[in-house]
Design a binder for this molecule. Structure first.
Ligand code: GLN
Length: 226
């Protein structure tokens, strides 16, 4: 028994959790929507964020509805890219991922989700006949075309610091609903909205060296899973 508890304490120190005499490694499962767009940079950002937090994660690539049911993620990342293409590929019968994801998010409001740029558009405007997944209105390409893409320092109340914002054919929030809270501003412009454990950002946090928003997702997922 003594040996067992000693071992448990050691494993607990190493990031394992003691469960009676058995030990179970805590792994937070992150589903990454792979329909199109900036996916692999999110993987790198998630891994860096997990390392800095000392939390073990598994990244599950989601392409089809079955990927979601099999991987049972604790949190989701909805990357940027082209929302029209994502709607087409994700609603196609070969994939069917988008309706499953929307169901998954709606069926438990505590589920943590990070939607960036096109991902934010889909969360605010799912166009599936149901309620928005994030209570905010958003306009596509509202900052102009590709040539109008830019980088600028923004201010995030969620992270309590400045953040290097990368805006690529970015959408614009035109209204923030009562269920949501503004968590990032670029001057007078709202660029980040939180609705419970769901975050919609009009910029690309995965393209900066600051992994604060990915850390927030992982830490929130760990809290919810506990
Ligand atoms: N303009 C794109 C759209 O409408 C979003 C751009 C992005 O994700 N960087 O989907």
């Amino acid at each position: 028994m003594g040996v067992c508890w000693g071992l448990s304490a050691l494993l607990l120190n190493m990031g394992w959790i003691e469960a009676g005499c058995y030990s179970r490694r805590v792994v937070i499962r992150i589903g990454l929507v792979m329909l199109q767009g900036a996916r692999h940079v999110h993987m790198a950002a998630l891994n860096a964020a997990a390392d800095s937090l000392g939390i073990n994660i598994e990244i599950h690539e989601l392409r089809k509805a079955v990927d979601l049911s099999q991987s049972k993620p604790d949190a989701l990342v909805f990357p940027g890219g082209e929302s029209t293409t994502m709607r087409l590929t994700g609603n196609d019968t070969a994939s069917g991922l988008l309706p499953e994801i929307f169901d998954w998010i709606r069926s438990d409001p505590s589920r943590p989700v990070l939607g960036t740029c096109a991902g934010a558009i889909l969360l605010c405007n799912p166009q599936d006949g149901g309620q928005p997944l994030i209570d905010a209105k958003i306009d596509r390409n509202a900052f102009g075309r590709q040539a109008d893409s830019f980088q600028s320092t923004l201010d995030s109340s969620l992270l309590d610091r400045d953040f290097p914002g990368v805006f690529i054919r970015a959408p614009r929030f035109t209204n923030v609903g009562e269920a949501s809270e503004v968590v990032a501003m670029l001057g007078e412009e709202v660029v980040g909205v939180r609705c419970g454990n769901k975050l919609a950002l009009t910029f690309h946090p995965e393209l900066s060296d600051d992994h604060g928003f990915h850390q927030w997702l992982i830490a929130t997922a760990k809290e919810v899973a506990a």
